[in-house]
Design a protein around this ligand. Structure first.
Ligand code: FAD
Length: 457
């Protein structure tokens, strides 16, 4: 066997970002796409799934007792048309790397989640969205071509136009149609690497929702942080931040010397041994009060760096450990505009239930795409990090039902607990996806803990 076909392997305990349900798997680190294809061709038993940087919150990139292909083993730039901003990369490349290479050339990733530490493969597999969904749709909508190893170990070229069904099944397919080994992405031109940000502090939920409905169309990026501890007439008080990239002239006028600088920094990580009770209602109340008071009531045209505006949480490496050994979950739903009341009900029920969440964000989505398991649809999305506590499941189960009744869904990339019988109601194209998937992987080699828990395939 040549060197490039060899793969290193190790037994590892893998968990999602919420650290709630770790399982063991054999993690293989292929040296090449051919080696990854060879591994898939010979897999049996508990099957295989790809893993990126493990930023999915739940169990989507785990495969208990089976094999997991380490995506970042296959990373790097393959080709760049820097005039057109079209880049071809190996799928284990992180968005952070893409930005380090391309921001200095005046190109930004078309869509970024709240962390830059995700891979291109993970971004496609979860069909991720950012603060600009209402303008740019999902990440995968900017992918021109991808390479996929299917269940036979064959390499397929997949494009939105040439093989639309395979593309629709893979973008949002949570790694269950195969291993993505490379992708060609259309980047977005920027006039500088500074973001011009407008901030509005609102005294309740109605006010922030109205501001977003009235004004989001004027901004490229928009997101609201909600104080989930506030109750009574301040329930849902928020800090709304909306922005766009500053032009070269604006950046120059602010005194910026390097117009396209990108140099994110890390602060020290939290220690390993953090007691589980550290994040309680009292500490979160104090944090939220400080955060809310610190924000200006109304500020316009403040210039922020990419890191400050898009990825503030990345400044503290391993911040997920502040939840202690019990871990935490993220609950994210989307409802159509007609279900806006569910946002209010959820904030009301969660803030009055004693749940202590310091990270709750509200966004508006633009129109859905045609990827079979894509999460975003036109309307509202609320995402919250919640420490795992007794009684939480029951409350979230009840809220899930309201989401379904309103025609909405829960985000699979963040899920660790939804009831499986609700999934076909949330994802009405699930059967079509299953059919296309069967064509790619008739023997069902691609498996994950998420797929088994929700009986996705
Ligand atoms: C702090 C934080 C903020 C976040 N904010 C957002 C947000 O704003 N919007 C949003 O949409 N998401 C958000 N996420 C979720 C994150 O973007 C997704 O879970 C993303 O899929 C993680 O990518 P990853 O490389 O870490 O993949 P992993 O978490 O390792 O895997 C995620 C899924 O992708 C599959 N996968 C990974 N690589 C490949 C591959 N090469 N081929 C095939 N399948 C593959 C896995 O099998 C799994 O199903 C956030 C996560 C965190 C921790």
């Amino acid at each position: 066997m040549s060197d490039s076909l060899e793969s290193e392997a190790s037994e590892e305990l893998l968990a999602g970002w919420g650290r709630t349900a770790p399982t063991h798997a054999t993690v293989v680190h292929p040296h090449s796409a051919e080696a990854a294809a060879e591994l898939v061709a010979t897999v049996n038993g508990r099957g295989v799934v790809a893993r990126g940087l493990g930023r999915g919150y739940g169990d989507c990139a785990q495969n208990a007792g089976g094999m997991v292909v380490d995506g970042p083993s296959l990373s790097g730039l393959l080709n760049l048309d820097w005039e057109q901003g079209v880049v071809r990369v190996q799928a284990g490349t992180s968005l952070d790397d893409l930005m380090r290479w391309l921001v200095p050339l005046g190109w930004f990733v078309p869509v970024t989640p709240g962390t830059r530490m995700v891979t291109v493969g993970g971004a496609i597999a979860a069909d991720i969205h950012g603060k600009n969904h209402h303008v740019k749709g999902t990440f995968a909508e900017h992918v021109r071509h991808l390479r996929l190893i299917d269940g036979f170990g064959e390499v397929r070229d997949v494009t939105p136009e040439g093989t639309p069904e395979l593309f629709r099944a893979t973008a949002g397919g949570m790694g269950l149609t195969g291993v993505i080994t490379e992708a060609t992405i259309q980047m977005t031109p920027i006039g500088s690497s500074l973001v011009s940000v407008d901030t509005d502090r609102t005294s309740d939920l109605d006010e922030v929702m109205q501001l977003m409905v009235d004004g989001d169309a004027d901004y490229e990026y928009s997101v609201a942080w909600i104080d989930l501890i506030a109750t009574g007439r301040h329930m849902g008080r928020s800090i709304l931040q909306r922005g766009r990239f500053a032009s070269a002239e604006e950046a120059r006028a602010s005194g910026a010397v390097d117009l396209y600088s990108y140099a994110p920094k890390h602060l020290p990580s939290p220690p390993d041994l953090i007691p589980s009770g550290l994040l309680n209602r009292r500490t979160v109340r104090a944090f939220n009060e400080l955060w809310y008071r610190k924000a200006p009531a109304c500020r316009r045209d403040e210039l922020q760096t990419i890191e400050q505006f898009f990825h503030p949480l990345d400044m503290i490496a391993g911040w997920n450990r502040i939840y202690g050994h019990r871990g935490f979950l993220q609950w994210q739903f989307v409802v159509p505009d007609s279900g806006g009341e569910i946002v209010r009900t959820s904030v009301e029920r969660l803030s009055s239930s004693g749940v202590s969440s310091f990270l709750a964000v509200l966004k508006r989505f633009g129109p859905a795409n045609d990827h079979y398991l894509s999460f975003p649809q036109q309307g509202w999305t609320l995402a919250l990090d919640i420490p795992v506590v007794a009684g939480l499941d029951r409350l979230l189960d009840e809220l899930d039902e309201l989401v379904v009744e309103a025609g909405g869904s829960i985000y699979l990339a963040k899920d660790s607990r939804v009831r499986r019988e609700l999934v076909p109601l949330m994802y009405p194209q699930l059967d079509t996806w299953r059919e296309v998937r069967r064509g790619l992987d008739p023997e069902g080699h691609f498996r994950s803990d998420l797929a088994r828990r929700l009986e996705l395939c």
